[in-house]
Design a protein around this ligand. Structure first.
Ligand code: HPA
Length: 275
């Protein structure tokens, strides 16, 4: 057996033995500062990553590392509270292993979230942005022998973000009176933030949002045939208006990220309830 599939199956069997009989329908990946959504999950079962065999150990300081299974919006969900980043030194297989584990558990939808810098000058700190497309500047997680059990060698990427889920989010945003944009997320390795010249370059090639995560998870989810919805919370402005100041450490940004996390949680929960 392919060692990668053995590792995924071992981890999935363990998680399955800890959760209820009902398979989760939705997987959720919670980005930096957005872990609060996990508090909204009812009757939660928490499974620390460090207890899951074969799963990488989370090394990022201050990052929670748990699967949380329970009910949100009336559906069974499994959330990843904390993700694995390439810049932490994990392989792409490790960065995306949680997605394959959740796929083995039966998820049909993946909701991914992240904190991002905005290089679109119309965006403000605290804004929610629906990810409508991406530009991948990280290594592709599908490089290597294809895992045919999961999906094809050359997965289609004309529509990585599900159009039906996007339009659901847009109508809910109107209903909830939420300020929301739709943008292109560019993922690079980090851990450095962008130089001013890089920000101008990324804007020129079509990015609205800059980050260091998410895309590998989305690629792997699409390889597994999982429908994806992505959302960024703008935590700092990486644009020409504000090019010399990185607001990412400010208290204001933390407050905004928390406020945004609550709005995002409510949106996710309403979307999930309508699935
Ligand atoms: N750039 C890259 N990643 C980020 C940023 C940024 O400005 N803000 C939060 N994550």
């Amino acid at each position: 057996m392919d060692n990668r599939i053995y590792r995924i199956q071992t981890a999935a069997d363990f998680v399955k033995s800890r959760i209820g009989a009902e398979a989760p329908v939705v997987g959720i990946v919670l980005g930096s500062g957005l872990g609060r959504l996990a508090e909204k999950i009812e009757d939660p079962v928490t499974i620390p990553y460090k207890e899951v065999p074969e799963l990488p150990i989370s090394t990022a300081v201050g990052h929670k590392g748990n699967f949380i299974y329970g009910k949100l919006g009336g559906k069974f969900v499994i959330a990843m509270q904390g993700r694995f980043h390439y810049y932490e030194g994990y392989s792409m297989e490790q960065v995306t292993m949680g997605i394959r584990v959740m796929s083995k558990l039966g998820i049909k939808f993946l909701f991914v979230s992240n904190a991002a810098g905005a290089c679109n000058i119309d965006y403000e700190v605290g804004d929610l942005v629906i990810i409508k497309d991406h530009i991948n500047l990280l290594p592709n997680p599908l490089i290597g022998p294809n895992m045919d059990d999961f999906g094809p060698r050359f997965p289609d990427m004309t529509c990585p973000y599900d159009l039906e889920l996007i339009s659901k989010a847009e109508s809910l945003a109107l209903e909830m009176d939420l300020r929301m944009h739709k943008g292109v997320y560019l993922g690079s390795t980090g851990p450095t933030y962008e130089t001013p010249a890089e920000v101008r370059y990324f804007r020129t090639i079509g990015a609205d949002l800059l980050g260091m995560s998410t895309i590998p998870e989305v690629i792997v989810a699409r390889h597994c045939g999982i429908r994806v919805f992505g959302m960024s919370v703008v935590t700092n402005l990486s644009n020409t208006r504000n090019i010399e100041r990185n607001l990412n450490d400010g208290d204001d940004v933390v407050i905004q990220a928390n406020l945004a996390a609550d709005r995002m949680s409510e949106l996710f929960s309403r979307m999930i309830s309508s699935l």
